[in-house]
Design a protein around this ligand. Sequence first.
Ligand code: NAD
Ligand code: TDX
Length: 331
Amino acid sequence: MRMLVTGGAGFIGANFVHQTVREHPDVEVTVLDALTYAGDERSLAPVADAVTFVRGDIAEADVVDGLVAATDVVVHFAAESHNDNSLHDPWPFVRTNVLGTYQLLEAVRRHGVRYHHISTDEVYGDLELDDPERFTPETPYNPSSPYSSTKASSDLLVRAWARSFGVQATLSNCSNNYGPYQHVEKFIPRQVTNVLDGVRPKLYGTGENVRDWIHVEDHNSAVWTILEKGRAGETYLIGADGEKDNRTVVETILELMGQEPDAYDLVTDRPGHDLRYAIDATKLRTELGWEPRYTTFRDGLAATVEWYRANEAWWRPQKDATERRYTELGR
Ligand code: NAD
Ligand code: TDX
């Protein structure tokens, strides 16, 4: 099978390519990635001999058409992915997440290619802290930020192309991922690398916001389960029952790194900051038989801390520019 992975030089995409090369050696992988500030070809170095890398933009029809014509399946990870950036400058989010997805959908429609769309639980908006409900595939879309609204827009395009044009598409909406190769702008790597630099972690607002953490390997094993067993036109929610408030996550990082648990600062909150996300993954577990492997957050987090400790050469080039952007935003 020939597989085109968009965004394969980013955090989740690179981990997906590693997992695919390791566990599905019969698959011929081509990565299409624009190498924006968030992409890093070095994340693919351990599998460079096993994959074909193409630097290109998913919003450019010609680039996309040629590659889609030569594949059997597209797994679409490429996106502008950071909420804080989307509040500062939404245009790259509209261009990549909406127009880019449109170009891919038109290409898979023309060439009759199977398509899997990677999305986020943020399309559902947020929950109250004490709400007993979690997100399900039936929860109405209610995105808050430019990032999540462009992801919601792209999901709706996929659903329409599946229904109206018969495109063989599946969708997945996953909760917050953690693990190796995540950009230092994101919450967990930012705090871990701050501590390594002798800087105090920075919690937005009061730190009470809740995210539903899943290890990136579990997200990607779920994507493989959907590729193998999912039904066309269906949406699957991916989550591993990992709800934690941000304060608890920071305290755990501090403790794992030998610091006092209160050695953090509260900083200006993110505008429109979603309070809580929580995924009900019953459909994925019962219909497709998927189970997560990283069920102890503390162990997965400890391994992630060690990865950042051992791989400073990977993250160091991004760190100063990232913190300069945060200083401009007052966070
Ligand atoms: P990331 O920012 O680490 O990586 C995105 C990749 O896409 C980068 O390599 C970048 O160079 C590439 N890219 C951006 N614009 C492009 C364009 N126009 N053409 C080609 N390539 C382009 O993001 P991530 O955290 O790995 O997220 C991957 C996907 O998973 C996204 O679709 C995101 O919405 C989704 N998702 C992420 C999370 C999470 O916790 N990180 C959770 C749920 C869903
Ligand atoms: O320095 C920080 N301090 C802080 O308190 C940063 C960077 C974040 N936060 C908070 C904001 C969120 O409540 O931590 C939480 C996680 O923040 P992010 O890592 O920016 O993730 P989030 O906004 O929840 O979105 C992530 O999960 C869903 C990904 O970035 C998205 O791509 C994905 O769709």
